[in-house]
Design a protein around this ligand. Structure first.
Ligand SMILES: Cc1cc2nc3c(=O)[nH]c(=O)nc-3n(C[C@H](O)[C@H](O)[C@H](O)COP(=O)(O)OP(=O)(O)OC[C@H]3O[C@@H](n4cnc5c(N)ncnc54)[C@H](O)[C@@H]3O)c2cc1C
Length: 417
């Protein structure tokens, strides 16, 4: 008997669950509300720029083991680009100072002994404070655990925590920040190489997954928005996509939708209910030869500048303050920062696009982290997936993929049971 699993949502958590299930011979059916897959990690042709862009730059780290296993399985290993060794370039716009943080490959962090490799102005002892984040308790904020002033804070902890947690750094969950450090820096430079999908997110994470699933007979249906779930005692009995209930029979169901949708569909679900914006700016311009692939900016509006072959893209996290701002003035302000960093003409604003993702991720505070449910539900044939479930990580690709694997395992245990 072929066992069937119905997956709702074709973001990375749904795709990861599907890939895991297809590998074990399950029949997979995915229903996705949008016209394409990828969810918050997607690429599309932007007519204003005349090229394919990502909704937002996505950074992963070489220590993201679930990402590596997923890419391996869908045949997309090698679709992430990055330096051979961990290195992070920074530019302080206020002082024009540039530096690089360069952890050594191995686990013993001798790079901290070298002022040329560590954060300028911060001592070895300052850097060791990062370890306190790893052992933080679930209720602690980053600001409770490390010093929130001085060079280490301004030049390393604050920019990295804002990017990883998508909330103002002091407010963020120390435990979630520590989890990111534990799987990267604490394991040495080899696990900390910054990697980005090149040329696009779709080419790395989405298109190869869809091709892999199609080859295994999976049915992926777009434009199908789940409206309601019907239950019978401790099981999901049917799914309603707007044309009446479709009985699920003995199939298992993986619900891989964002938390605000899951909360509407599932009675009594406690899930994160505070979200935080990410703003991305894309400029249709070839970066100068030798431009660093990724630079962290201090003291400007732009936070991280990414140089692709055919475009320059900027990410600004914890960006609720910017979502109502006029798009053109925002583009100009961001371009001024980019131009200074990449030594390009500040007045020659290239064609631009601003993408504002208002609910980019749940706000990774201790309070919101405490609201994250596990993949297992009180319904025997229903599992949850999503970066907002209890993965132990902030809302990241690594977390989304891990959540899909966890949901797939539960679905395997219940499909056809
Ligand atoms: C701008 C931006 C930048 C980011 N940067 C990074 C980064 O640098 N590094 C990193 O690791 N992570 C980053 N993230 C986070 C990362 O994108 C997410 O963690 C990940 O994509 C979440 O995947 P998911 O499957 O959990 O959710 P989603 O991608 O939200 O997938 C849910 C899917 O469900 C579908 N859906 C919703 N409702 C229904 C319904 N009723 N019926 C059927 N389908 C439905 C949606 O259309 C969507 O496709 C970023 C996110 C954003 C938005």
């Amino acid at each position: 008997m072929t066992r069937t699993v119905r997956i709702v949502g074709a973001g990375l958590s749904g795709l990861s669950a599907a890939v895991e299930l297809a590998a074990d011979g399950y029949r997979v059916e995915i229903d996705e509300a949008a016209a394409g897959a990828g969810g918050r990690c997607r690429s599309y042709h932007d007519p204003q720029l005349g090229r394919v862009i990502d909704n937002g730059n996505h950074l992963v780290l070489s220590g993201n083991t679930a990402v590596a296993a997923y890419l391996d399985r869908i045949g997309a290993q090698g679709r992430l680009a990055g330096p051979d060794h961990a290195e992070f370039d920074f530019h302080d716009l206020r002082t024009a100072k540039r530096w690089q943080v360069a952890p050594n490959d191995g686990r013993v962090p001798w790079w901290l002994l070298s002022p040329a490799r560590r954060t300028p102005g911060a001592s070895l002892r300052d850097h060791l404070a990062l370890g306190r984040l790893i052992s933080a308790g679930p209720e602690q904020r980053v600001g409770d655990v490390v010093k929130t002033e001085g060079p280490l804070w301004e030049r390393l902890i604050e920019p990295v925590v804002v990017a990883a947690l998508n909330v103002p750094a002091k407010e963020g969950s120390a435990r979630l920040a520590g989890a990111v450090i534990a799987q990267s820096l604490a394991r040495g430079g080899r696990a900390s190489r910054p990697l980005i999908a090149d040329p696009t997110l779709d080419a790395a994470f989405v298109a190869p997954a869809l091709a892999h699933l199609a080859a295994r007979g999976a049915d992926v249906r777009f434009g199908r928005r789940l409206r309601a779930i019907t239950f019978e005692s401790d099981r999901v009995a049917g799914l309603d996509f707007g044309a009446g209930e479709e009985p699920v029979g003995d199939a298992a169901v993986v619900l891989a939708v964002p938390p605000w949708i899951a909360a509407e569909l599932l009675p009594g679900l406690i899930a994160p209910d505070r979200h935080s914006a990410i703003v991305n700016a894309h400029f249709a311009v070839d970066p100068p030869k030798g431009a660093r692939r990724m630079t962290g900016l201090i003291g400007g509006t732009a936070e991280w500048v990414f140089a692709f072959d055919d475009r320059v893209s900027v990410t600004i996290s914890a960006a609720d303050r910017l979502v109502d701002e006029d798009r053109e003035s925002l583009a100009r302000r961001i371009w001024a920062d980019v131009a200074r960093t990449l030594d390009m003409p500040p007045d020659a604003l290239p064609r631009w696009q601003i993408v504002k993702e208002k609910r980019a991720t749940f706000a990774a505070t201790p309070e919101q982290d405490a609201r994250r449910p596990s993949a297992k539900t009180r319904w025997k044939n229903l599992a949850l997936a999503g970066d907002w479930t209890q993965t132990g990580l902030p809302a990241t690709i690594e977390g989304a993929i891990r959540s899909g694997v966890a949901a797939a395992r539960l679905a395997k245990a219940s499909a056809g049971a």
